[in-house]
Design a protein around this ligand. Structure first.
Ligand code: FE2
Length: 317
């Protein structure tokens, strides 16, 4: 059976590559889907979201009514898209929705997502254990920042193509099972999360998965010249303009639905009394190729962790 991600199967890769590049838009407008009501999407709206995600692993949703951005509506949309396994511990559904806002003091205030500082390139949940990979997320804007807070977004499949075209050995190095280790997260002598070792690129259920953080600190990389070269190449790709890198600032009522694309965030400034607020859900499922009837959600538990906000290691949004 042909496999485009098998480095020895060049014909399958060439065919997949041609199809992927032919489908990939160079403007985020092509992935934008207007939605009348977030919690009650029509079949046509769901089809449009699935089609966008199938093309670019990303849809930019634009809701007519920004006041409809709330956890229940987001979770409902997710179920229509086949997103049922929440990356959270508590099974009360709305606890799986993280409020991304500046929080001075307290535990979450130690993490960059909960500050106004810039976040470097990453995929969500890169510190999750193997078998609990974050494969999709959605992020909606309730209030935007007065200035800044823009995202850059890039489809990992296009990164894979760029690197494999340059040297397939770099892909092999990034697929090594011990390529990247995120040390344990400990506070006051208590381990909040075990160390996480795994590849950057892996294939799950036939789909490419990327696990990555551009953080210079707190990531341990496997030693090796080829992996060093791959990391350098990757850093270069992410630091220069590329037709496939989208830059967008979410406005109230807008949101992304994504198969965990690479992303970053610029720093921002809030006006007094109108703090930036985004709502985020992470999933262990990918967005369905076709929408389904709404299903009942289930909750995935990380042993020893209490709440998604407490699992945040660094860059989230
Ligand atoms: Fe993130």
């Amino acid at each position: 059976m042909s496999d485009p991600f098998d480095l020895s199967d060049t014909p399958a890769y060439r065919s997949w590559r041609e199809d992927k590049l032919g489908r990939s838009p160079t403007r985020i407008d092509a992935l934008t889907v207007p939605l009348k009501t977030l919690g009650a999407p029509t079949k046509g709206e769901l089809d449009a979201i699935c089609e966008a995600v199938a093309r670019g692993n990303l849809a930019l949703i634009r809701c007519a009514d920004p006041s409809g951005i709330e956890p229940g509506a987001m979770l409902g949309l997710g179920r229509h898209l086949g997103l049922t396994r929440l990356d959270a511990n508590l099974c009360a559904d709305e606890k799986a929705v993280s409020r991304i806002a500046v929080r001075p003091g307290g535990q979450t205030g130690e993490y960059i997502p909960y500050t106004d500082r810039p976040l470097s390139w990453h995929t969500d949940g890169y510190y999750n254990p193997q078998g609990s990979e974050v494969r999709a997320w959605m992020l909606f804007c309730v209030r935007d920042a007065t200035s800044g807070g823009e995202n850059a977004l890039l489809d990992p499949e296009l990164v894979y193509i760029r690197l494999r075209d340059q040297d397939p050995a770099m892909i092999a190095a990034l697929m090594e099972p011990d390529a990247m280790t995120v040390p344990a997260n400990a506070a006051e002598g208590q381990e909040l999360r075990a160390a996480s070792t795994g590849p950057v690129f892996s294939v799950i259920d036939g789909h490419l998965n990327m696990r990555y953080s551009a953080r210079a600190r707190n990531i341990q990389w496997r030693e090796g010249q080829t992996l060093d070269a791959a990391r350098e190449c990757l850093t270069g790709l992410l630091s220069r303009p590329d037709v496939y890198i989208f830059r967008h600032k979410l406005r109230p009522g807008e949101g992304y639905v994504s198969n965990n694309v690479l992303h970053n965030r610029t720093g921002f400034t809030d006006a007094a009394g109108a703090d930036r607020l985004l709502l985020r859900i992470r999933y262990l499922d990918r967005v369905r190729a076709r929408p389904s009837s709404e299903q009942t959600g289930t909750c995935h538990a990380h042993p020893g962790l209490d709440h998604p906000d407490t699992t945040v290691q660094d860059e989230e949004r």
